[in-house]
Write a protein that binds this ligand. Sequence first.
Ligand SMILES: NC(=O)c1ccc[n+]([C@@H]2O[C@H](COP(=O)([O-])OP(=O)(O)OC[C@H]3O[C@@H](n4cnc5c(N)ncnc54)[C@H](OP(=O)(O)O)[C@@H]3O)[C@@H](O)[C@H]2O)c1
Length: 220
Amino acid sequence: MKIGIIGAGNIGGNLTRRLTALGHDVSVANSRGPQTLTALAEETGATPVPVEEAARGAEVVVVTIPLKAIPNLPAGILDGAAENVAVIDTGNYYPQQRDGRIAAIEDEGLTESAWTARQIGHTVVKAFNGTFAQDILERPRPAGDPDRQAVPVAGDDEAAKRVVRNLIDELGFDTVDAGTLADSWRQQPGTPVYGLREGVAGVSKALAEAPRERPADFRA
Ligand SMILES: NC(=O)c1ccc[n+]([C@@H]2O[C@H](COP(=O)([O-])OP(=O)(O)OC[C@H]3O[C@@H](n4cnc5c(N)ncnc54)[C@H](OP(=O)(O)O)[C@@H]3O)[C@@H](O)[C@H]2O)c1
């Protein structure tokens, strides 16, 4: 598949490594420009591009930048993407440590991914937000392996969610359908599933046990 990755940090870098290894055609962008991504490009064979071009022709786009940087993305960032592009959002809201106060999340009660979808003008599929970046490289397992970890996946577009779940399976992880973007508070920071290294049963149980209220550590 043609995949665009916006953000080349811990998560974006490791997804670039794994997705190129699987044979996908990956374009990758950061905020400073493609000239700063030559080492990653040489290592992986991915194509470094300006952020404006990251989604061009892409069937899957991964948005994996700090939440506070989402409003800085160029307008129309997904305009050149393939029809029915699936947009993966790995983001988390860390108001105290990183992102500052985001009023629509705090006051309107929008989930983090619903806020991101509104900002970029396109629905997203929330995935990998609670997965340690290193695990993407170090913990893939074949289907059926008893130690295979599961990733919760939330989204409103069922077709896009299917594409993302199939891709995550290819990456070596099971998935659990965590509902819609409105339901995705169940996998936000501070919930039982966040950072949980378990399989389908453990992840399903943790999602079901999530308390509705945003934990104090993750409020502004
Ligand atoms: N680290 C983890 O283990 C982990 C796990 C799950 C989820 N997450 C979440 O996933 C997101 C990304 O985390 P991360 O740890 O990978 O971040 P990171 O290591 O800090 O990397 C952020 C990347 O985003 C790029 N970026 C920032 N602003 C941008 C812009 N306006 N346009 C294009 N690129 C931009 C940065 O580019 P420059 O370097 O050029 O500025 C950098 O490549 C966060 O929301 C985080 O909470 C992280």
